[in-house]
Design a protein around this ligand. Structure first.
Ligand SMILES: NC(=O)c1ccc[n+]([C@@H]2O[C@H](COP(=O)([O-])OP(=O)(O)OC[C@H]3O[C@@H](n4cnc5c(N)ncnc54)[C@H](O)[C@@H]3O)[C@@H](O)[C@H]2O)c1
Length: 481
């Protein structure tokens, strides 16, 4: 009789001494990472650091060429040094050749993008499909394909069917899903020391291979007297954990931004409100900072794909609130333009304000500090709106300039914060980089044409900027400190 796996009682498990020693007895599997973007490159590099033999593959030959010579194609603190060390140790290689990947790997991790489809809210799974169909025909022995990309529930089953279509059954290729929770800017730490592992598996073999593929993570935890919680579950739950987590985080951010709107209407201060709320452990203070809202390559597209998938499954009602979460988030971007008009004495008509003749310095282009990622960045979206309203905009970001230039090539990009603010009528801080948070308002005041600042992240010291003669506007905060 075929019993379901994992057994229903599996729930939250730690690798037991028995499973640990069973996996310790087997050789460490050789790992491949398919797609070497923010997720895949970080994983490939960090798992080599954990002692695995690793091969990364990408269709972008320029990216592979860079990685091969020790250049990380993204900005992620600490990753450069680890890449160089592991290339030198001979544990880490990169290729564009799927034959090599099939030949090399025992466990293949799918790390390709799952962006929003151009024609709707669903996830575009074409990259996942191509990755699977490029790999599978070359496989000549039993191996495990593990999805790490964020996908709609049901994708792992579909990948299993794809594998069945493209690989001879006698090879016994298996599929598992292990969603990823890393945060850009903290990715090295998150990969080496994850706060949990979620393993969606159907067989004891897939389970033990996944544990073996993470043995380095468990070994590191033991040396640091830590435990890594492991949730062993079915495909659907594993996929849902990731989309549910992102839906929750997006909701928390939009909740406090909705409170910011109410504060703006009533004269309250959302920063103090958030502080007071955060002392309640049931609420917690993380992700409770009002500002320009969430962005990046995950939360916006993931909450939309989640709604689209729930609709397909007949559970659309359950996630209708995520539409509101998205709307609140988009309204924060418009709010900055309203504040700009207000500070610059321009009226805000039905088509927005006319900001012609005004010079605006935008500090920040990335969707958050610690990364060069500008995908769906609130900072860039606001910048685009300001430029469309006729303002002359100068942008500066410590790490995101190259990517921002690709997105918005027609803007002026400054070499430094000082260059950006020189002669500006208004300064907008739209990414909370330390360089901006701790900037000296007196020194910057000497460079600008008008001392007006919008603090899009409520990250500046309002009292200090006001004392230095700046007209300050935060998000959901009164105009005086
Ligand atoms: N970036 C994050 O912080 C993060 C965190 C958790 C989960 N995720 C999820 O991980 C996935 C990847 O995200 P990302 O930010 O790394 O995307 P990315 O765009 O940075 O990287 C994807 C990479 O896959 C490559 N690729 C595309 N098709 C390929 C193919 N057929 N074969 C080999 N390589 C191919 C691309 O060239 C690119 O380098 C997404 O599903 C995302 O939602 C991302």
């Amino acid at each position: 009789m075929n019993l379901p796996y994992p057994p229903p009682q599996a729930g939250l498990t730690q690798p037991t001494a028995a499973t640990q020693s069973a996996t310790a007895a087997s050789q460490r599997p050789r790992l491949t990472f398919i797609g070497t973007g923010y997720l895949g490159a970080t994983y490939a590099i960090c798992f080599a650091e954990l002692g695995y033999d690793v091969l990364g593959v990408d269709v972008d030959s320029a990216k592979i060429a860079k990685l091969t010579v020790g250049e990380v194609p993204i900005h992620e603190p600490g990753l450069d040094e680890i890449l160089k060390r592991n290339l030198a140790a001979g544990r880490l290689h990169f290729t564009t050749d799927y034959r090599e990947v099939a030949d090399f790997g025992d466990v293949h991790f799918i790390c390709v993008g799952t962006p929003q489809r151009a024609d709707g809210m669903s996830a575009d799974l074409s990259y996942v499909e191509t990755a699977v169909t490029s790999l599978v025909p070359h496989l000549t022995r039993k191996s495990l394909i593990v999805g790490k990309s964020t996908v709609p529930v049901g994708t792992a089953e579909w990948v299993e069917q794809l594998v069945g279509k493209h690989a001879p059954a006698e090879l016994g290729i298996e599929v598992a899903w292990s969603p990823e929770f890393l945060q850009e800017g903290f990715a090295v730490e998150d990969v080496l020391r994850p706060n949990r592992l979620v393993l969606g598996v159907k067989t004891p073999w897939a389970h033990s291979m996944l544990l073996a593929a993470h043995k380095g993570v468990f070994d590191l935890a033991v040396t640091e007297d830590r435990e890594v919680p492991v949730v062993v579950t079915d495909f659907a739950t594993a996929e849902l954990v990731k989309t549910a987590a992102n839906a929750f985080l997006a909701t928390k951010i939009s909740f406090i931004n909705a409170m910011a709107e109410v504060c703006e209407a009533s004269g309250g201060d959302v920063s103090q409100l958030a502080r007071a709320l955060g002392y309640d452990d049931r609420i917690g203070k993380k992700f409770l900072r009002a500002g320009v809202g969430f962005g990046g390559a995950c939360l916006p597209k993931d909450i939309r794909a989640f709604q689209a998938r729930a609709q397909e499954l007949g559970a659309g009602e359950a996630l209708r609130f995520l539409h509101e979460v998205d709307l609140i988030n988009q309204r924060r971007r418009t709010r900055v333009v309203q504040l700009a008009a207000e500070l610059l004495g321009r009226t805000y008509g039905p088509a927005g304000p006319d900001l012609t003749g005004q010079r605006i310095a935008v500090l920040g282009a990335t969707f958050k500090p610690g990364t060069d990622d500008v995908r769906d960045s609130p900072a860039l979206s606001i910048t685009r709106k300001l430029a469309r309203a006729g303002a002359e905009v100068a942008v500066y970001d410590p790490k995101g300039m190259e990517n921002a230039r690709c997105e918005l090539p027609d803007l002026e990009y400054a070499e430094s914060m000082a260059d950006a603010v020189r002669n500006a009528d208004l300064v907008c801080v739209l990414t909370a980089w330390e360089e901006f948070r701790y900037a000296d308002p007196h020194a910057l005041g000497d460079l600008v044409h008008g001392r007006r600042v919008i603090d899009g992240l409520n990250c500046l010291d309002q009292a200090m900027w006001t004392v230095a003669g700046w007209e300050y506007r935060g998000m959901g905060r009164p105009t005086t400190a």
